[in-house]
Design a protein around this ligand. Structure first.
Ligand code: GDP
Length: 426
């Protein structure tokens, strides 16, 4: 059975925690998009980890962790992340890398940095991990697929030469930066070949057999619906699809095999980077939520930047669930809200004097003002509670109000960052 675990919001919903938890009962965990640009924070018996490229299933001996073809594969980063896990006492995980994954090159990181510099105040707030230049090259057909490392070296050399020619025009005339040396790029690729060789696999064929054998498979998404390049807040989005549907493509499996779409929804809102954020709050109110949020405050796992925070946004989250095709919702970080007397939630957007319930396109979103409804707080710590009935009535009311707004059953409630801090409702 294949289950996708994806985010309904702007990312940082706690997908890593849910994946780590569900990986216990799974055989294979796959990353199908994105790269090392975002992080999943996981707290388990080995300690606290921020994973960037590896799937959140690497902590179990019985799982196979896969980097699918849809991922932006930074090979030295992968090797370092594996080394760092092992050095923290995690047994060496079983890793497979798709032979059709493409390689994120050091020049992608440079181009990302140069472009942000060039855009100045109009930048996208990139993490400068090279993701946008990587995917641009993939679709412009000048990327390097892992398989190409294993073909005839003369062909690879020829391609490197051609790629450097186009890159160097931009470096010289647009960015005024040092040029790429094709020999160095080729030497880098040869280094990568050695590093990645032990993991390379025809992943789609492997998964075909695994599905036939009835294995339990998780597709782990990065970021969330609102960062999807097609359905998100374009252009303040990421460069690969964050949707469960893309899991089929980014892993190489039939779309109809994805039976469950576990969509992770955060009990309040947080976002990094630029872009409209209707239910955003500011000042002391925001500082307090930011300080109390997540497991160590709302600060980016990759960049350490303070995250923007706001109230739960029913308009954005309902849309986020719909576009994912959510079959169930995991509601996370609910424990964080226990300090509030009253909790506002955003139930509509006022745009040019009209209240809308459907998530609009970007230019309208930028004009939207939140329509808030206030729910009573529960004023206590709900960590440690294991049964839904044991939650305070106000807390259940908050969950059930959100569930009604989303129109999707909330089957899991996460009341703490740890692996076992979960209330199952199914
Ligand atoms: P991901 O990218 O979706 O995996 O999310 P992140 O790991 O970037 O952010 C989620 C943050 O919330 C991390 O710091 C988690 O440890 C933390 N977290 C996840 N679930 C809970 C929860 O139920 N309660 C609390 N307090 N923290 C949580």
């Amino acid at each position: 059975m294949v289950r996708a675990i994806v985010g309904a919001n702007w990312g940082d919903e706690g997908k890593g925690k849910i994946t780590d938890m569900l990986a216990k009962e799974s055989d294979i965990i796959i990353r199908f998009q994105g790269g090392s640009n975002a992080g999943h924070t996981i707290i388990n018996n080995y300690g606290r980890f921020a994973l960037h490229l590896l799937p959140s299933g690497v902590f179990y001996g019985h799982t196979t962790s896969i980097i699918g073809n849809g991922v932006a594969l930074n090979i030295p980063f992968l090797v370092k992340e594996l080394e760092s896990l092992v050095s923290q006492g995690v047994p060496m995980p079983h890793i497979l890398v798709s032979d059709r994954a493409q390689i994120l090159m050091p020049y992608h990181v440079l181009f990302d940095t140069y472009e942000e510099e060039r855009l100045g105040g109009k930048s996208f707030g990139s993490t400068k991990s090279g993701i946008a230049p990587f995917y641009s090259d993939k679709y412009a057909k000048i990327g390097f697929q892992v398989s190409e490392l294993f073909e005839d070296e003369a062909a690879l050399k020829d391609k490197v030469q051609r790629v450097c020619e186009t890159k160097n025009v931009l470096l010289e005339h647009l960015y005024h930066k040092p040029l790429l040396n094709p020999d160095e790029v080729l030497a880098e690729l040869m280094e990568y070949k050695k590093m990645v060789e032990p993991y390379v696999c025809d992943v789609s064929a492997y998964l075909h057999d695994a599905i036939k054998e009835g294995k339990n498979i998780l597709l782990e998404g990065q970021l969330g619906s609102l960062k999807d390049p097609d359905h998100g807040i374009y252009p303040m989005v990421t460069s690969s699809s964050t949707l469960a549907a893309y899991g089929a493509i980014g892993a190489g499996i039939p779309p109809y095999e994805i039976k469950e779409i576990t969509t992770v929804v955060k009990a309040y809102s947080s976002a990094v980077g630029a872009g409209a954020f209707v239910s955003e709050i500011f000042g002391d109110e925001a500082d307090e939520l930011r300080r109390r949020g997540g497991d160590k405050g709302e600060f980016g796992a990759t960049t350490g930047r303070p995250r923007r925070v706001g109230w739960f946004d029913a308009v954005a989250s309902r849309y986020g669930c719909r576009i994912q095709g959510a079959t169930e919702v995991a509601l996370t970080v609910l424990d964080v809200l226990g300090y509030l007397d009253e909790i506002p939630i955003c139930v509509g957007y006022e745009i040019d004097g009209e209240v809308v319930k459907d998530f609009p396109v970007t230019y309208k979103l930028e004009k939207a003002k939140p329509v808030l409804k206030t729910l009573p707080g529960w004023k206590c710590d709900i960590r440690g509670i294991k049964k839904y009935e044991d939650l305070p009535a106000e807390c259940r009311n908050y969950i059930e109000t959100i569930e009604a707004e989303l129109g999707v059953p909330v089957t899991m409630v996460s009341n703490g960052p740890g692996r076992d801090e979960i209330i199952m409702r199914k």
